[in-house]
Design a protein around this ligand. Structure first.
Ligand code: ADP
Ligand code: MG
Length: 696
């Protein structure tokens, strides 16, 4: 085993970092490029050739033969098309070439990517454009490697066809408003910017490949469409944080190494609640880089699993009846003063920037809950958000005891004190006294304050978290915009700063305090209470997505230059189409499994029982076989129910009505799961839940 110094040395070894650039670029080009990266000044096209050549030299030293523009289309995955550096030298040999032009712009055929009607197939032109703020990196193959250049992807018209473009725009929109606010606070904002940070905690399942290969539903849809709950699942609560099994540990060690090599700061690894479920969390980074890194993390999870004879499931709900997987989106804002504006400090009641941010968030989430809900809507996530699982579809904010108290003081007048946590008493004299956090945790809230950041827990495990963060940035930018406008006019009218701010925050708290909820979000009482408060509870994707094309949303996104009406409409259509295709695909897959695998197995078993009955009664004259006949009756009844459910499902697929397909699939599932309980396990055509969850 190699020693730990190896680990720190391998960190980011396959990334063209700012530090690496210094060794490969002239001083002039290096300064110009770092200026663009650090200050977001526009890229100087004169240095493109030099940067391209430097990247190529660096990449070739690492075995690269090809380069690719790497981007994030609306498929939810990443995309790449490789080109070799190779160019004939016209003397019978070849040279390796990579020009500034090739670095800056690519032109993939855009016609086969989802555009939600933004462009027709005959308008195939699409462009990828280098995003210098995200570092280039190397993907290793078995024999050689590929230089990957993060890019944005847009149509001939300049309209966004990807997740990254609006994300970048939303960061700029938020920065603009935070800097405007900072200026009012007397902070120097000259040449500075604000940005958001993200630490996405990623949940996933691992199952043995040999079981996966006996689950056509997992292979085709990412989730199990059938499956009887095993006697033991997660009810003993003995998997969460349990010692990691050697085979999984070997996987995690390789995974961490791969991630570190790409500069992805993987930090935390542990067993999750459900057997076969795990989590990985990185150290937080600047938002867009964290998103790139999360997309790569999902890819590497799959690849490393494969190398270990495992399959990584990133679906939001691979197994019914047990926990699904999410992506906890830890989000915060760094102001132009370089400080985390969601860090309360010792005395939150005196921390005006912090309190203004908290109020801006209350206003943003309460006003635009529907948009945030829409940003996490997908067929897979409906199984979490729409069902009785974490987190619920009702958006609310958890602030905890200390902050709720400060907010209540704001409502009444100027806040004067902050409760502190005090000392934690454990009752063991040898243990040192532990300072206690000012606030306990709440694991049930969809949007929880966790000390110095907010954790949005509704993002699906398979999602690109760009959409959620684009919405979050934009709605917070809008709330701050409103606060600034009001503050500026009060100040112009001669109101002292503190009085003006106090009165604005007080108004916000009064109007939006209904969004605060510190209790248990899983309960029926909360559902009722939320309804009384007028908070929306949207449980299906088609309904949720409508928020994207509401007049208020269009106005909001256009005002902040994040998405145009056409871009929003295209995203709405692409998401709806994806939802619809997913449901129909799942229905067809379920039908195929039921008709060609389950029913034949059930009929064979019936036949076997019939023959046994006939044979037994022939041999043993006075036996009546009442119980065996009962078994036959149960199998026959469920086989009939399965056949009938297939017919209903087929009709609803034909009618193309997703709202009818879903209950029909449920009916089919319950008949099939009933059969699984009765049929011999060695003749059941699908891998069992118990095997998938426990044989690892
Ligand atoms: P927990 O979920 O138990 O609170 P941590 O506090 O370790 O766990 O944080 C979870 C994730 O939140 C990690 O990825 C961490 O890097 C991230 N995080 C911590 N601080 C911030 C921040 N200021 N901005 C964004 N993410 C953060
Ligand atoms: Mg967390």
């Amino acid at each position: 085993m190699s020693d730990t110094s190896d680990y720190s040395k391998c960190f980011a070894e396959d990334v063209f970092t700012i530090k690496t650039m210094r060794n490969y670029l002239s001083v002039k080009a290096y300064q110009s490029l770092t200026e663009t990266i650090n200050r977001r000044s526009s890229l100087n096209p004169d240095i493109a050739d030099e940067v391209a050549d430097a990247m190529k030299t660096w990449a070739v030293e690492r075995g690269a033969t090809h380069f690719t523009h790497w981007f994030q289309p609306l498929t939810g995955a990443t995309a790449e098309k490789h080109d070799a550096f190779l160019a004939p030298d016209h003397e019978g040999g070849c040279i390796l070439q990579f020009s500034g032009k090739e670095l800056i712009k690519g032109e993939p055929d855009a016609s086969s990517f989802p555009s939600g009607g933004l462009r027709a197939t005959f308008e195939a032109r699409g462009y990828t454009a280098w995003d210098p703020t995200s570092p280039a990196f190397i993907k290793r193959g078995t024999k050689s490697s590929t230089l990957c250049i993060p890019t944005v992807f847009c149509a001939y018209s300049g309209e966004a066809l990807d997740e990254k473009t609006p994300l970048l725009r939303s960061v700029e929109a938020l920065s603009k408003q935070v800097c405007r606010l900072a200026k009012l606070f007397g902070i120097d904002v000259e040449g500075k910017r604000a940005y958001t940070t993200l630490g996405p905690e990623q949940e996933y399942f691992l199952i043995d490949k040999k079981h996966y290969e006996r689950r056509i539903d997992l292979m085709q849809t990412g989730r199990t469409l059938f499956g009887r709950q095993p006697a033991k699942h997660q009810q003993m609560e003995d998997h969460y944080f349990a010692p990691i099994k050697p085979r999984i540990m070997a996987f995690m060690e390789d995974l961490d190494r791969e991630l570190w090599r790409l500069g992805i700061p993987a930090k935390t690894r542990h067993n999750e609640v459900c057997p076969a479920q795990f989590e990985i969390a990185p150290v937080f980074e600047e938002l867009c880089i964290a998103v790139d890194h999360n997309m790569l993390t999902m890819e590497i999870l799959r690849n490393v699993a494969e190398q270990h004879g495992l399959v990584c499931l990133l679906h939001e709900k691979p197994f019914a009846g047990v926990n699904g997987s999410g992506k906890h989106n830890n989000w915060s804002v760094v102001g132009p003063d370089g400080r985390n504006w969601l860090s309360p400090g010792e005395n939150p009641h005196e921390n005006a920037e912090f309190l203004t941010m908290i109020c801006a968030l209350m206003k943003a989430i309460d006003t635009h809950a529907l948009l945030l809900r829409a940003a996490v809507a997908s067929a897979g996530n409906d199984h979490r958000l729409g069902a009785n699982e974490a987190p619920p579809a009702i958006l609310s904010i958890f602030l905890g005891e200390q902050l709720t108290d400060v907010i209540e003081q704001i409502e009444k007048g100027r806040p004067k004190s902050s409760k502190n946590g005090g000392i934690l008493k454990i009752g063991v004299s040898t243990l040192p006294p532990l300072p206690r956090d000012a606030t306990d945790r709440n694991r049930t809230s969809p949007f929880a304050f966790t000390g110095n950041k907010f954790e949005f827990r509704a993002v699906g495990s398979s999602h690109n978290c760009s959409a959620a963060n684009t919405v979050l940035n934009t709605i917070v930018a809008d709330a701050i915009d409103n606060i600034c406008t009001e503050l500026e006019s009060s100040l112009a009218a001669g109101t002292p700063f503190n009085d003006a701010l106090q009165s604005i925050l007080q108004k916000i708290v009064k109007k939006h305090k209904r969004i605060l909820f510190n209790g248990d979000n899983y309960t029926e009482e909360w559902k009722k209470e939320a309804a009384r408060r007028g908070l929306p509870n949207i449980t299906s994707t088609p309904e949720a997505l409508k928020a994207f094309i509401s007049p208020e949303a269009i106005d909001l996104f256009e005002r902040h230059g994040v998405l145009s009406r056409r871009e929003l409409t295209s995203r709405y259509r692409a998401s709806l189409e994806n939802y619809h295709k997913t449901i129909v695909l799942e229905a067809n897959c379920a039908l195929s499994i039921a008709k060609t695998m389950i029913i034949p197995a059930a009929i064979n078993y019936q036949d076997e029982i019939v023959r046994t009955l006939v044979g037994t009664t022939k041999v043993i004259k006075n036996i009546r076989c009442v119980e065996t006949k009962q078994l036959l009756q149960r199998v026959a009844t469920l086989t009939e129910a399965t056949l009938k459910a297939c017919r209903t499902l087929e009709a609803s697929v034909k009618a193309d009505k997703t709202e009818k397909i879903l209950p029909a699939m449920q009916a089919l599932r319950s008949a099939v799961d009933g059969l699984e309980e009765l049929l011999p396990s060695d003749r059941w055509p699908l891998a069992a839940y118990a095997d998938m969850m426990f044989v690892l």
